[in-house]
Structures are given as C-alpha cells and as structure tokens.
Design a protein around this ligand. Sequence first.
Ligand code: UTP
Ligand code: MN
Length: 511
Amino acid sequence: MVPLKRRRVVKSRPGDKGPNKFPLVVLFLLERKMGASRRVFLSQLGRKKGFQVEDTFSDGVTHVISENNCGAEVRTWLDSQHQGQGRAQPCLLDISWYTESMRAGRPVPILDRHQLQEQQTEEADVMLLSVPSYACQRKTTLQNHNSVFTDALTLLAENAEMEDEDGRGVAFRRAAAVLKALPKAVTSMKQLNGLPCLGDHCQRVIRDILENGISSEAEATRQSERYNALKALTGIFGVGAKTADRWIRDGIRSVAMLRDSGHALNRAQLAGLQYYDDINQPVTRAEADAIGDIVERAVASVLPGAQISLTGGFRRGKLTGHDVDFLITHPEEGREEGLMPKVVSWLDSQGFLLYQKTMRNSYLESKDGPARPPSSMDRFERCFSIFKLTTEQKQEALTAEAPTESQHPESQMKCGELKETGHAGHKPWRAVRVDLVVSPISQFAFALLGWTGSKLFERELRRWAGYEKAMSLSSHALYDNVQKRYLRAASEQEIFAHLGLEYIPPAERNA
Ligand code: UTP
Ligand code: MN
C-alpha cells in the first residue's frame, strides 16, 4: 500500500486557543477529504468549546477525527506518521463523534456508530491517497503516470481558453494537475473517490478513456475545424482569443487566409505573422542558454552588477518552451530604475531584436496595494520581444557550456539537435520569443516566484493566499489583510513560509 503523504497543516491564528477543559483528550482532525478550510473551521470551533485540538499530529494525540474516511485509510495514514510505535494508539473516530461532542460541550461517550467503517474493497481499486486540494500544496514533477488522461484534459483546457472560457479552462487544468500528482496510473474510476477537483465533466472524460482508450470529446475537439482555426490564429504572436474569434467569423480559418485577407494588423501581429513558423517551433534549452548569454552581456554592459535569472518553464526544468523568460534586478534598490530601455537599446544596436515592445513600471505600493484586488497582470518594467538567434551564437553557448565531451553526455545530444534545427531553408538564424522583466530587489522574490509558474501553480498560490490565509499575493508583494500589513520576503522560501506552505522547489511546480 502506498503510504499517505504527510499533510501540510494549516496553522490557526494566535488567540484561538481557549482554556483546555478536558486534559485527557487531545484531538487531531485529519485534513484528508475534509479539506483545509473546513478543518481550520472545525478546529477553531473545538478550541472555543475548550477542547485541545492540535494542528500537527504527534504522539500526544488521543483521538484522530476524520470525515468520509474508512478505518483502513486512516490506519494507513497513521502508519505513515512514524510516531513512537510503543505508544498507545489513538482512537480513530468519525466526525459525528466530534460534532456531537461540540454540541454537548464535552467529549461524548464513544459508541459503535462513532467508529470508522471498514470498507470491503478490492486492493487494486483502492488508491489510498491524500491529494491536497490546492496545487501549491503538492509536488508536481514534469513526469507523471497519467498522461493519457492529462493530455486529453489539457487539450480541453486549451480549447476552453481559446474560446475565452477561462473558468472552464481552469477546471480542466485543476483536474489534470490532480492526476499529475498521483504516484501511479489510474486504472479504475473507484480510485478517484475522494480526490479533489474532479467534477462530473472531467470524470466523464476519464471514464471514456478507461473504457475506450480515448476521450471521444478530446478527439472530436482535436479534429474540429474551429479548434484548428483557433489554434492556428492564436498561434500568431499578438493574437488572443477574441481577435481569433472575430477573424473566424469573417471566414478566416488559417494563417494563409489571414495573409491574403488584407486585414489591418497591429505591429505585434505583423511581427507574429512574419516569424510565425519560428515562433511556433519549440525553443530548446540550448537556445534559451544562448539567449541568456546575450541578455547577460547586454545587462553587464549597461549596468554592471545587475543580475539576471532564467524564469518560466525552463527554471522548472522543462526541456523546451514557447518563449524564454528572464528576470533582471540589481542588489542595490533603485539602481534598476530605467534599466530596461538601456538593455533594449543595447540589444537593438547589436542587431539582436526583430521586435520589441517595452512597458514602464507602473507599480506603486500605495496605489496598487490592498485597496485594489491583486491583478494577475503585473506592472514591472517589461519587454515583450522577438530575438534573432543565429546558429553561431547558439553554437558558442554550447561550446562554452560543455567542459569536455566525455564528461558531458548531453552535449552530443544538443549538437545533434542543432543540426536538425537548421530548418526553414538555409536561414542561418531563428526568431525566438523572449520576455524580459526588471524588478527592484525588494520585490525580487515575489517576481521570481510569480514568473516561474506554472500558470496553474501561480493561480493556486493566489487562491490559497486569499481563501485560506486572508492574504493577497502578487508578483510584487504579499499583503496580510488581517494584520493590514505587507509581509516582506528576501527569498521564495520565506514567501512559502508566510503562506504556511511547505516549500516547493521550481522543478516540482509543474502543476
Ligand atoms: P509563460 O507563459 O512563459 O509560461 O509564463 P511557461 O511556464 O514559461 O511556459 P512555456 O514553456 O513558455 O510555454 C511564465 C510565467 O510568467 C507568468 C506566468 O504566470 C507564468 O507563471 N506571467 C506571464 C506573468 O506573471 N505575467 C504575464 O503577463 C505573463
Ligand atoms: Mn515561458
């Protein structure tokens, strides 16, 4: 049996603890299937009534309370806690004992109906897993055991997003993220019992795949004319869901049709069309590193001492991406001001930029702070660009990086890739989408966390902060709405700590 993961415990606020009226009773509420918020609520209720309710499990706990769990599930969880074996085992009780005790204002006698049910299920059908409901409470690596399901759900999410239905998109992404976090492949619907974020629609998709090997909905979508037109048109840099929809209603179904249509295009879309093939070709890690070298040179020549960090998917360990994301800062607050135009003009003068659009920093704590809902769009000095990367520059980055061939097995592979990507006729360069962001050092940790992704992971962090912690998180700051103050942080670790979350390293944020 797979041991249940140790859960992150939601800390109660100070002042919750009332007098402990029943010293022989030490309670612990299991979050599994109960959910973090309900657990916090019930724990606080218990404390108000004078019960000792612990946030973390320890040997001292006498009663473990759970909801919708069977005896085997809770025992498995208990075994995974590795507490002193010689100690008396705690009573494993159903939530009904707890609520009745709350009502009575004292621990009620334990009756048969308060004991956990023993469920008779085939071993193979039980996946005794606790998957916390927020993706930011889980570790999600790039590899997962359920890609048949997650691929279909991701395609449906993309389709919903291209249809400008973000709510539906997020629901599919959350479901896919839950399946990505499971330690083995799902083989029966029963294994999904108790897992969060799997609504009826997602369950239908999963059942279809279990029974028929494919999801008929995902396949129909993949083959539909509208999906393919949306994909082609939103694949153009500068084109979003709304524009694509408008063009499709004008009868445009492909990039070629758009080119022939004579439609008025803005500067970004013109560049998007011009470099369409390159931009839709995945960027490799070697290319990202080569661009990193160029950005490093640019930054070093306009502001010595400034530091650059690779963020986005590459920081999470992805081998390819749709663009390359960099965050730039300077260890001395304020020195970074006005840096972006200088970097951009250096890059431009060296012929590295095919397109760029720079935005000034418009973030002001006094204006953008708690008074406004945190916008997911941040306000750093920022540059959306298209780089011109020559095969030579890429080669240089590779040779500089590889110590010796025998010590660096990957270098062989990367050089092989290089030959293959000498695509697009005889063009000795390719266009690559690059995002540059400048942040003051005081906001750097927030910017780094916000720009590392994944998008769903970020979204879940903000949802966790808001719903579970009454805090507002953005790529600039973290604000505690109860204490009415900003919580500063110099590292990502500190931000996770402020949020009461276990630290998740970038490679495990691939939700
Ligand atoms: P990306 O869209 O580049 O995603 O945004 P990615 O994970 O790197 O994926 P690929 O590999 O390029 O396809 C990177 C991060 O930057 C944040 C997103 O939330 C994401 O976490 N971001 C992006 C912003 O905060 N603001 C933006 O305007 C754009
Ligand atoms: Mn990216």
